[in-house]
Design a protein. Structure first.
Ligand SMILES: [Zn+2]
Length: 225
């Protein structure tokens, strides 16, 4: 295979993967209508694969995913890309280790974002997944770099792979698109449980040393090797 064929088959694979991962957003009830999306970086290329804008989840196919460059310009695809493409492209430009980005307005996490309050680390799953609180990013409007900048600045100061953008919703990152979807799913689950706990009283914080130990074990030891 030539280099061009190689890139082509990688993009084909990512089109299938990104398309299929959107089923997880509806399965875990993280999205309604068309509000939420998954993207993946094309490894070694300044390209990303993302959901088309305004196409309902039932109508997504590998073929209607959109390939953009890291400035958010369409390189391949019949549809306009998600309106979050610029923000996600900014994340890929600034964070080379990120291979996938997910955006949702999932209910509980977004309820914390609406209050501008970080989700405190009061659960082992919070420590495992996020290594501390799930932080809040600034309020930013669509249309320039400000969402992307807010995501990157907030996540750089945190171990969390998810950020609650104030008055908006969740952006989650991962080494690939599947990890980013997992972070978005876990973010909603932690936000929901801590919210319910708050209704019943004051959740007990984990000590920083406990958070560190849990995070380290989960990130480095847990699961199949
Ligand atoms: Zn949004």
């Amino acid at each position: 295979m030539t280099v061009v064929d190689d890139v082509r088959s990688t993009i084909q694979g990512l089109r299938r993967e990104v398309c299929a991962l959107h089923e997880q957003l509806t399965r875990y009830r993280l999205v309604v209508w068309t509000a939420g999306n998954v993207s993946a970086r094309v490894p070694g290329q300044d390209l990303l694969v993302i959901k088309p804008s305004g196409v309902s989840y039932d109508d997504l196919t590998p073929e209607n995913m959109v390939v953009c460059d890291l400035e958010g310009r369409v390189v391949e695809g019949e549809h306009a890309p998600s309106s979050d493409t610029e923000a996600q492209a900014y994340v890929y430009r600034e964070m080379p280790h990120v291979g996938g980005v997910v955006h949702t307005h999932s209910t509980y996490a977004t309820a914390w974002a609406a209050r501008g309050e970080a989700v405190p680390c009061v659960l082992t799953m919070g420590a495992d997944e996020f290594g501390g609180e799930i932080p809040v990013g600034p309020f930013a409007v669509i249309g320039d770099d400000s969402i992307g900048r807010g995501i990157v600045e907030t996540l750089r100061g945190s171990r969390s792979p998810a950020v609650l953008m104030r008055n908006h919703g969740v952006f989650a990152i991962g080494k690939d698109a599947r990890s980013a979807v997992k972070a978005a799913v876990m973010c909603e689950d932690v936000a929901r449980t801590v919210h319910i706990s708050r209704q019943l009283g004051d959740p007990v914080p984990l000590a920083p040393a406990q958070v560190d130990a849990l995070f380290d074990r989960y990130q480095n030891v847990y699961g199949q090797r």
